[in-house]
Design a protein around this ligand. Structure first.
Ligand code: P6P
Length: 315
């Protein structure tokens, strides 16, 4: 079985870039161990502080951010860390060639109910500065802490999946993830319907109409409320994830963050043959204006994403 180190040699000749991925994978392996015991250690509660998003930080949001930072500080290839949990970008190594943007524990509100959460990361060239398009990413990945710990990572080729073994090593369990072009499964928080725009409303209504409607097939709905869990399902069996711009999130530009949620997920999904958009623009084409910028996120099976884009052209 191929492990992460062996796979990386087939994906890049840039040992420094490979080491940046390796550092994030090592942080993920350490976090996996901590999460398994967190309820016993009493670490699923609040930290008593808020992050830059104004969201109450879980103790593990802070702990996992520190773990990521500790791993990156040992790697001179890393120049800067951008994190959901840090108001400002943090300098790591002056001669580093890569910027890492991360959500160290996405979906942490699900920790209390033991649902899958994750660490998401994006790796960009330091030369490009803090604000670069997603298409400038050099690598991206996430670790899904579920029944198994899964590392999903892409440099510039295929999106590949690794599973953490009993010795703490990442063993390749899927060489090339493929998002099926067609799907009958959508993921959206339907409790927000009253805030949706006409395109989202039209797309969901068509899907719910099933065989009797214009889509002409039956749909199912899944929503974990943890982006890593929902995206991993879509990478594994297809589907479409929607957190569209709505009347409540419009003033902030959307709900999910561009640099360390939308961009890395778009990189991974497109590397697996899927498609990503805000509804009106490709996610990877967005020029960021702020390191914590929020954007609408619609991504997954190409046929479904194209149907949403058609709705945005129509209304
Ligand atoms: P809602 C988790 O807080 C998160 O940032 C994503 O992981 C997830 O997809 C989304 O928010 C869930 O949002 O509105 O359903 O709680």
């Amino acid at each position: 079985m191929t492990d992460l180190a062996q796979w990386l040699t087939t994906q890049t000749h840039d040992h420094a870039l490979a080491s940046a991925v390796t550092s994030m994978a090592a942080a993920g392996a350490e976090i996996a161990g901590i999460l398994q015991l967190a309820p016993i250690a009493g670490q699923t509660g609040l930290a008593g502080s808020d992050n830059v998003q104004g969201e109450a930080q879980k103790a593990l949001d802070v702990i996992t951010n520190d773990i990521v930072l500790n791993h990156l500080r040992t790697n001179t290839a890393i120049s800067i860390l951008i994190s959901e949990e840090l108001d400002e970008a943090v300098d790591v190594s002056s001669q580093g060639r890569f910027i890492v943007a991360t959500d160290p524990l996405d979906g942490s509100s699900n920790l209390d109910v033991n649902a899958t959460v994750g660490t998401i990361f994006s790796i960009l060239p330091s030369a490009g500065g803090l604000l670069q398009k997603g298409s400038d990413q050099l690598a991206a990945g996430y670790v899904a802490y579920g029944p198994a710990a899964s590392l999903v990572v892409r440099i510039s080729g295929a999106t590949s999946v690794f599973t953490l073994d009993a010795d703490g090593r990442w063993q390749q369990t899927l060489a090339e993830a493929k998002v099926p072009q067609a799907s009958g499964e959508f993921a959206i928080n339907t409790a927000r319907e009253r805030f949706w725009d006409a395109a989202t409303t039209g797309y969901v209504k068509e899907s719910v109409a099933g065989e009797t409607g214009p889509a002409g097939k039956r749909y199912n709905m899944r929503w974990v409320g943890s982006m890593v869990a929902d995206i991993h399902r879509i990478l594994m069996r297809g589907g479409i994830f929607l957190y569209p711009l709505d009347s409540e999130t419009a003033s902030k530009g959307g709900r999910l963050r561009l640099l360390y949620e939308a961009n890395p997920m778009a990189w991974l999904v497109e590397g697996a043959g899927g498609r990503s958009t805000t509804g009106r623009q490709g996610i990877l084409d967005i020029m960021p204006t702020d390191i914590h910028q929020r954007v609408p996120v619609i991504l997954g099976s190409a046929d479904e994403v194209k149907r949403v884009e058609e709705w945005y052209r129509r209304v």
